[in-house]
Ligand binder design. Structure first.
Ligand code: FAD
Ligand code: SF4
Length: 340
């Protein structure tokens, strides 16, 4: 049993009131609580006030904005609802697939997209009780001054393991952030930094209200694959999201030449890694074996996992190639037939 320190809880009903409550010193947002509450129990953070978003109905809407050519997903939508949401399942099948691989059904009923995008970074040396961490003298992320993963390193290299993030980056998503000063839109790809202690680009007092996902302008194929020891619940230890934009093909169903390729790997470092894809892929077809090899080789060359998460980093590195190949194969399968 890990007791939590005490804190106040406020439950505003509007974004405006939530922003006001968040301005108080020591305040922290609480959505589904499936990441924050374990973090409190591990004493990795000690807010004096939690601002619950549970009653803010405007955060639980999904709107197809035809004029702006995007789907606006309320940050307070639970993952379970989003998986069933037609605007998400039909337009962004790789996102629905990724959300369906998060944790367990019970957790997905509480967990929100806003919370997933703001997930804390993870590391085998810090996802432990305070007592366990003390025996090592702490680390840069928990009351210490060293890193046990990169002992001479000056920066925490804990990993962002959120399943939605590589997919949303590949889809070109942005966040709408609101604070007492106003609002701003930030491309998700620019939101994270490589410092595992402060990896999120929100300013103090900012609340994410919406995840904006651009609609496809033509044919495209997408996929997401993660590797985890227990498929029923675990975080990814490596993950790969793909998006291939295609020119019109003869079959009219995306059989055309590749116009653009977006490959993003997750669970390596504090920010998602965009993989540079060889130019030779452009103009080829997604079903060519040589294309799958080129993309998988690029992922293998550019992903170098650290011993920040469980399992041997060399094994995880080899998995990046295997997972990328699997994701390439999934591009050719209907979403319902893709293995989880
Ligand atoms: C056993 C277990 C297994 C898990 N497996 C996975 C997994 O496989 N994949 C995965 O991705 N995650 C996993 N998780 C983590 C977690 O359940 C999800 O990431 C979930 O989506 C977090 O959302 P939440 O609403 O519960 O966030 P919370 O815990 O409420 O909040 C998480 C963080 O986000 C901030 N936040 C929340 N909403 C907003 C907002 N609107 N604006 C700004 N900041 C906000 C909070 O302040 C907090 O810092 C697992 C958790 C557990 C306990
Ligand atoms: S990467 Fe280093 S500093 Fe960061 S949590 Fe792990 S041990 Fe601590």
């Amino acid at each position: 049993m890990l007791p939590m320190a005490s804190f106040d809880v406020v439950s505003p009903e509007t974004v405006e009131d939530a922003v006001r409550a968040l301005a108080a010193p020591g305040a922290r947002l609480l959505a589904g609580g499936t990441d924050l509450l374990p973090t409190l129990k591990r004493r990795l953070t000690a807010p004096s006030r939690l601002v619950s978003l549970h009653r803010v109905a405007e955060l639980r809407e999904v709107r197809v904005d035809e004029e702006a050519r995007m789907v606006r997903i309320g940050a307070g939508m639970t993952l379970a609802r989003l998986i069933r949401e037609p605007a998400v399942a039909t337009r962004f099948p790789s996102l629905a697939h990724a959300l369906g691989t998060v944790a367990s059904p019970q957790i997905r009923n509480s967990a929100t997209l806003g919370g997933n995008v703001h997930l804390d970074t993870r590391c085998r040396y810090v996802d432990q009780s305070a007592f366990w961490r003390e025996s090592l003298g702490g680390c840069l992320k928990s009351d210490g001054d060293t890193c046990h993963v990169v002992p001479k390193g000056k920066r925490c290299v804990a990993a962002l393991s959120a399943d939605s993030v590589p997919v949303l980056v590949a889809l070109g998503a942005s966040l709408r952030l609101v604070s007492a000063e106003g609002e701003r839109i930030v491309p998700l790809e620019e939101y994270y930094s490589s410092d595992g202690v402060r990896h999120i680009g929100a300013a103090p007092g900012e609340l994410c209200t919406e995840v904006q996902v651009p609609m496809a302008n033509g044919l495209r194929r997408t996929a997401y694959v993660k590797w985890r020891p227990r498929a029923s619940i675990d975080f990814p230890l490596v993950s790969v999201a793909l998006r291939f934009d295609l020119q019109d093909g003869e079959d009219g169903e995306g059989g055309g030449a590749i116009a653009a390729a977006h490959v993003v790997a997750g669970a390596l470092a504090a920010k998602p890694r965009r993989i540079r894809i060889p130019e030779a892929v452009i103009g080829r077809r997604v079903d060519e074996a040589e294309v799958a090899t080129m993309v998988a080789d690029a992922a293998f060359a550019q992903c170098k996992p650290l011993p920040n998460l469980p399992y041997d980093p060399d094994y995880r590195r080899k998995l990046t190639r295997v997972l990328t190949r699997r994701a390439m194969a999934n591009l050719l399968r209907p979403p319902a037939e893709r293995p989880r």
